[in-house]
Design a protein around this ligand. Sequence first.
Ligand SMILES: [Ca+2]
Length: 543
Amino acid sequence: MRQRNFLALASATLLLSMAPAVAAPDSAPAATPGEAAAACSAAAMNWAGKDVEIRSARPFTDPTPYCRVDGIVRTDDPGPNEVGFMIALPQRWNGRYLMVIPGGSAGYIVNPSREHIRAGYAVATTDKGSHSTGALDMSFRANPGRSEDYAHRGAHVAAVATQAIARGYYARARMPRYIMGCSGGGVSTLMEAERYPADADGFIVGGAPSSAYVQTFWAAIAQHVARDPARWISPAEMTRVGQVIMERFDGTDGARDGLIWDPTRVRLTRDLFPFLSDAQYSTLELLAGGLPAIEGSEVSAPGYWLANPSLLGPIGLGTAPPPWDAATRPPLFGSTVLSMKALRGEDYDALTQMDFADPRAREAERAIWDRVGGYGYDPAHLDAMARGGGKLMMWAGASDEAIPPAYTADYSAGVRARYGAASQDFFQGFLVPGMFHCRGGEGSPTDVSPALLEAMQRWVEEGRRPTEILMSNRPYALELNSTSNTAMYVSGMSTRKPAEAPEAPAPRSYRICALPAVAQFTGAAGSDVRDARNWRCTGRLSR
Ligand SMILES: [Ca+2]
């Protein structure tokens, strides 16, 4: 480790203190590898900001020498609250900052992944200040300071603090900076991009956006089934539904390859499902149709695309028919129950007290969510990014069983509508065929996270716009640095070890096209459907 460079350090600190709250992002030069310029000691890191308390700075040697810094940022008004952060600083730095924001309700610090440290990233994260005790503990919503931090402020102050630490540690004023996350982490990343575009040069939003009203939709699904248990569809029946849909619509992209590349081409008709009763079919229609707006309230939610609904069955409808208890209710609805208990009181029963036919009840929902904030996404909020040079990638699994991927397609369409062709200079949206919420899915690619990050780096550092991204099904799993933090909610970063796969599938490559394009098979008859070279971005999402 070379001597600490006080002059460079001072100028880095000065630059940071002069930076306005929202400004053009750092011009992003190609990442310049470097080495640590400071000691790995909390006492030495006095450059992080007045509201920042560094609680520990410890050296580690596995998988390569790095300094792990843990601390908190104090927030106030509303508050007081504390937002936890961590940054891992490899001694042999690749010149890049990468913040990985966890999903769920967070409340914990994700340990840095061995892959990212080995690759030399300065890897940061945050608990978002929710102080949640479990992945779906929503009690923070009743606390204004915690709610504000969870919604957007926490990730921002953690990004500012950890970037200051990285700048000081490496004595480098500028570095390409990336923020990524999926699900709740995607929500946070999008809030960063919309509200604090100066916080990064590249934002990768996965499994988001959604809307608070997706929880309303989940309650509507649960009510529909609970009112008449004959409407319930078992997981096995839903798997059969998926097989029928695949049989019928697989070829719509030009190849019978086990993936429906444009999931909006799935059209339900009653005759396709003779094994379902009329009551069950009404549930399928509700899942696909969403929660439409009604006269007197615009509160609504889009439906699911059913290109691969095998997981939507157990997650959305549960593994047992109603009546349900806290242990057997569908997981999506369980999330609504927890939010509503935090916002409307312990006695509130989302299964019986919500009335979706009444516009006043829907508007009451809106008022509640407006009060806690955090869901006011709007492509119009990207004006600063459009001017400032930052880049935003948004992606979703096309068979996401939690957040309808239509939200991603609609946001992408909204960006194109507002900014026209210029939107391509800072925004690209992608749908990953067959993929579930942030990870997994029969036949879907496995290296979404590293493929997107590499494409983002080429865009930010070399100016190469990603109109299509190649992915594969190579065994890829992000190894977190601790078994106590398996963090399935570090979503968008497959944490499933390759050994968990029943058998290694034959290698496959995928051409993932920037929306509204989708890939179509263009190979000659008999050519390999598993080879991306036989696919072109000639389709267009039929939505
Ligand atoms: Ca196909």
